[in-house]
Design a protein around this ligand. Sequence first.
Ligand SMILES: [Zn+2]
Length: 293
Amino acid sequence: MENKDLLQALQAGEKFVLDGALGTNAQNSGLPAGVLSEQWVLEKPECIQKIHADFINAGSQIVLTATFCANPIHLADTPLAGKSAEVIARAVEIVRAAAVDRLIYVAGSLGPVGKLMEPFGPVTEDAFFAGYAEQAKYLIEAGADLLVLETQYSIEEASQALKGIRSVSNLPLVVSFSFDRGIRTMMGVKPQVFAETLTELGADIIGINCGKGLDENTECLKLVRQATDRPIWFKPNAGKPEIDADGKTCYKTQPEELSTRVPEWLTLGAQLIGGCCGSTAEHIQAIAAVVAA
Ligand SMILES: [Zn+2]
């Protein structure tokens, strides 16, 4: 059996359950702070595979690869320098292995590169374009079904990244922004401006992920809905990030509480729903129960 065309299915009104957070779940399984999940893709693939498998068992139909930081620009400053192609090929294989024979969509994750683009940072526009083109090319070669440019915060960076990705790919493309300041990204971008601009630039799906709490993300969703006719991807954190007594960031919204918000998100037009930081397989199961109802 083959996956159906994702964009056609969305156009027909179908809804999809996404996965939860890879990073916070890897940390809960022992990934040390400061070590990239990509390191585990090569060294402890069984741990990454288990996280994917738990999400798939919970109902995730679209699963992100552990390649958020696998842009060659990002890896250049890490022990994985020069290993983008290897990490990406392995990361896609791990998702496929986790799915066993279930039909899921493998979503190639492309996160920020860890440094700002000029004039605010050291990465030139050309290097930025080339870095994303290279990461996208490896994801396509590895067999990703769609690409997800996520946790973005700047119109200029996301536009350049989108152009780089589109120079090598015509796979369905999600562009998802993180509204870290509540209803603004860390660079001050408003949801409406993001949605309008990226729609014009040709993103197939407009997304919101990570950011602040559920109320802020829901507000962003309303504003995005007014500014685009594209399907909406919605992956909020399990509540507002809080700092616990040991200085660790934690997320306290429980699965049942999260699931009570899902009907509102569906009504507001979110068609692909999952979780970001702090969301576990239990959170995804609670979301899936509502989306599938
Ligand atoms: Zn997050």
